[in-house]
Design a protein around this ligand. Structure first.
Ligand code: NI
Length: 167
């Protein structure tokens, strides 16, 4: 396994749309293992392949307290959504920024597992937020793009300043 570098907003590569995976093979399983290691090390609760500059529809998530419930989704698709919730979100690609975003409260998602088998999952609360956030990444959307243009401008300025300080 290997740690992968995480792209930082506003890197234009975060806005690429990821392509569906045609075959779930050893390369995809290795990608998932590397993404999981990268997510746990960061630490974070979710990571999309887009964030490590791999533009394939793959996400990993673990919202459990003891980091024991890794979920991997290949070609995830939201089939149904209901309700609304507001949650303060952060993102490994937007370090230090936490903002409230409105999303669906409950979702039903379909994806392929690491054997290439289709499964569906019903999720609510934090897991539902996380899945929606990660699927957004695959579509080239970073969570701050749910905010006003004014807030997005402030966040870009703050991150540019941080990058100068740490460079
Ligand atoms: Ni994110």
């Amino acid at each position: 396994m290997a740690l992968l570098p995480i792209l930082r907003y506003p890197d234009p590569r975060l806005h690429k749309k990821a392509a569906p995976v045609e075959t779930v093979d050893e390369n995809i399983r290795k990608l998932v293992a590397d993404m999981a290691e990268t997510m746990y090390e960061a630490p974070g609760i979710g990571l999309a392949a887009t964030q490590v500059d791999v533009h394939k529809r793959v996400i990993v998530i673990d919202v459990s307290e003891d980091k024991s419930k890794l979920l991997a989704f290949v070609n995830p698709e939201i089939l149904e959504c209901a309700g609304e919730q507001v949650c303060e979100e952060g993102c490994l690609s937007v370090p230090g920024i936490y903002e409230k975003v409105t999303r669906s409260e409950r979702i039903r998602v379909r994806a392929l597992d690491l054997q290439g088998q289709a499964f569906t999952l019903e999720a609510e609360g934090l897991l539902a937020v996380c899945i929606q956030h990660e699927i957004d990444h695959l579509d080239g959307k970073v969570f701050v793009e749910h905010l006003s243009k004014l807030k997005q401008g402030r966040i870009k300025a703050r991150l540019a300043k941080q990058a100068r300080i740490t460079a």
